[in-house]
Design a protein around this ligand. Structure first.
Ligand code: AMP
Length: 190
């Protein structure tokens, strides 16, 4: 793997969701990060948006690394287009490994697993254990309820306002790729 290529960690659903726009955005985001010379690290499985984004990175010439817990390798089968496959003993160590490897995190629509991963990076950043860009790819406003929940936590005094500054929201895959580049200092801002 090219060590100089920034490694973008994508968290996303192992399902496609009800709207084809989610898979379209996942594929466009995959194309975008490969075109920018970034590499992908993701959960390693082929189902749903996870497969769509990783296949798209590979087909666009980018490097794909999957990180799968041992017990999931027969459930969320590893993608044949992964250049690197890392097997971890469990889910916790998968997240630990991904958090350590990545240069930035991009969260696409997904289910409880994706939300768990989002909260892992937000809470780690809040506690200053982690300091890497976090971007939500907000296809068709998917993350509006999550953002409302985060604001509610602040309004009710259970989180500090700065938590809302720890991530950025992008409405399109192209904007998400630009945001990653900008936050990594690879693009002039403004
Ligand atoms: P989902 O968003 O539920 O489709 O899950 C997306 C990915 O997160 C899949 O690879 C799941 O196996 C994984 N996942 C599910 N639960 C957890 C968890 N508690 N911690 C870490 N990853 C999880």
């Amino acid at each position: 793997m090219d060590k100089k290529s920034p490694l973008i960690c994508v968290f996303c659903g192992s399902s496609f969701g009800v709207d084809p726009a989610y898979a379209e955005a996942a594929k466009a985001f995959g194309r975008g990060i490969a075109a920018r010379g970034f590499s992908l690290v993701f959960g390693g499985g082929t189902p749903g948006l996870m497969g769509a984004v990783s296949r798209s990175v590979h087909e666009s010439g980018g490097c794909v690394t999957g990180v799968l817990p041992e017990f999931l390798r027969w459930v969320e089968r590893p993608a044949e287009w992964e250049q690197n496959l890392i097997i971890t003993p469990d889910l916790q160590l998968r997240k630990t490994r991904m958090l350590a490897m990545a240069d930035a995190f991009v969260v696409l629509p997904g289910g409880a697993g994706t939300m768990d991963e989002f909260f892992e990076v937000i809470t780690s950043t809040q506690l200053k254990v982690l300091n890497k860009p976090i971007i939500l790819l907000n296809t068709k406003g998917f993350f509006a309820p999550l953002e409302a929940l985060l604001r509610h936590l602040v309004q009710q005094g259970f989180a500090k306002p700065f938590m809302l500054e720890l991530y950025r929201c992008a409405d399109t895959p192209e904007a998400a790729v630009d945001m990653v580049a900008e936050r990594l200092g690879l693009l002039a801002s403004g």
